[in-house]
Design a protein around this ligand. Sequence first.
Ligand code: HEC
Length: 156
Amino acid sequence: MQKFSWILVTVLGLSTGIMAYKFILSGNAEKSADGRVAIQLTPEERDLVLHEMRTFLDSVQQITQGVANNDFNAAAKAARIVGRAAQQGMPGTLIGKLPLEFKKMGFDTHSQFTQLALDAEQLGDGTQTLEQLGTLLQNCVACHAIYKFEIEKSNQ
Ligand code: HEC
């Protein structure tokens, strides 16, 4: 009987561990009809991330304009707005719902904007800035191809 309890405890412990691990990997997400992975968020969380997305686009526009005008300070300033520091202030509950791969791509995108800002200021080389922008835009394209947001069922 005691042996049986230990087996039960081990099996339960293992399955809890596997479920926790799966949640960290895949976040709060499910497959959707269009083939993308639908991350399930509350309306407020979705608004927050979409606001961040529009800020991304705004920065991309300003960086492009900055390079066209040879104004590398303006380009750097726009890039910093969405640089590494911009990630602070994301609620932990929201971060927990994002799949690991999503977080990695998001973090990498912010980091690349920070690097672009530093180089734009120091080098003032338009070709270099546009190359960096082209590279980081691949993250935008890749992430949009894989993920979308949906409102959690409990919030509908
Ligand atoms: C880590 C993933 C990820 C990265 C990186 C990413 N996005 Fe997004 N973005 C999303 C998702 C998911 C949506 C919602 C798409 C949907 O629900 O159909 C979105 C939506 C958007 C929207 C629509 C906003 C709205 O109000 O509806 C814009 C604009 C956008 N992204 C711009 C960008 C730009 C520009 C970049 C790169 C500089 C970028 N995103 C990088 C995941 C990402």
